[in-house]
Write a protein that binds this ligand. Structure first.
Ligand SMILES: [Zn+2]
Length: 288
């Protein structure tokens, strides 16, 4: 058995968007985490039998792109409160599967590659401009620091522009200037996130058993291992089980995925969860 693991995540909270994509590419997992669910580095998002490995490997680049995109958008939303967007050209390889990371990350799309037809659940911006006299949605790129960006936005409105402004910046700059971005929230429609392709790295490792992940949202701790834990040993709060066995995995509709990701983003912290061994708390109990 193999596990598909988040090896590294620069921002700590990764949003899974691999499951629908894997199933679409013919990979049949033994167990997996649902799309839209936050995971952190070290945790597995799926377990597969060895005979699925070549199919999984063929899809790895797309899975990686998808997870990087959903993670970037969710991180921006959690840290700034702004609606995140991505350029559709940055997700071109995903084709129709590009909707999964966008919905999972709670974002929208600037359709510069003309991949989206509209009518779905995703906010799609097709008409945008960099010239304030042209109306529509004005795109302002971050160049330099947050102070100069705010100056450009302020000056644009002060000189008579009354349309929407959307800001483009790379994910690292948005996080570096997150307070300024948060302050700009009333003035801008959202932020177009770029530079996310190396945000998370994935790896496939040997696994002896399917590890459960039991999350306490209050303590922001993941109890990981084999076994069962229903309440948090620290705060007695309810634990959420993140890894589902194959028979409980159902293909999620766009609506269900949107509801899931909105719930996740509303109840998650923007920081990395910590992981504790499940066995510390289940050892010695009858039936374990
Ligand atoms: Zn707890």
């Amino acid at each position: 058995m193999k596990a598909l693991v988040i090896e590294h995540c620069r921002v700590g909270v990764c949003v899974n968007s691999a499951l629908r994509l894997m199933m679409n590419r013919g990979v049949k997992p033994i167990a997996a985490v649902d799309d839209g669910v936050i995971v952190t580095a070290g945790e597995a998002v799926a377990y597969v039998n060895d005979d699925q490995l070549s199919t999984l490997n063929q899809a790895m680049q797309l899975i990686s792109l998808s997870i990087c995109a959903s993670t970037a958008m969710a991180t921006v939303k959690l840290n700034t409160g702004l609606r995140p967007f991505v350029y559709s050209s940055d997700l071109r390889e995903l084709g129709e599967q590009a909707t999964t990371p966008i919905i999972a990350g709670g974002g929208g799309v600037i359709d510069d590659a003309n991949l989206f037809s509209g009518g779905g659940l995703i906010p799609i911006i097709k008409n945008y401009t960099t010239d304030p006299t042209k109306g529509n949605v004005l795109l302002v790129k971050l160049s330099g620091d947050a102070a100069s960006l705010m100056e450009v936005v302020n000056r644009t409105y002060a000189t008579g522009y009354s349309g929407d402004i959307i800001v483009e910046a790379d994910v690292d700059s948005i996080l570096r200037f997150k307070r300024s971005f948060r302050r700009m929230a009333p003035a801008i429609l959202g932020v177009v996130v770029t530079g996310f392709r190396q945000l998370c790295t994935l790896s496939v490792t040997d696994a002896d058993a399917v590890m459960g992940i039991f999350r306490c949202r209050r303590c922001w701790i993941d109890y990981v291992g084999t076994g069962q834990l229903k309440t948090c040993p620290r705060c007695r709060g309810r634990l959420v089980e993140l890894v589902k066995m194959a028979e409980r995995i159902r293909p999620m509709s766009d609506d269900a995925l949107l509801a899931r990701s909105q719930g996740e983003l509303a109840s998650s912290k923007p920081i990395r969860p910590i992981i504790l061994p499940l066995s510390w708390f289940t050892r010695g109990k009858p039936g374990q």
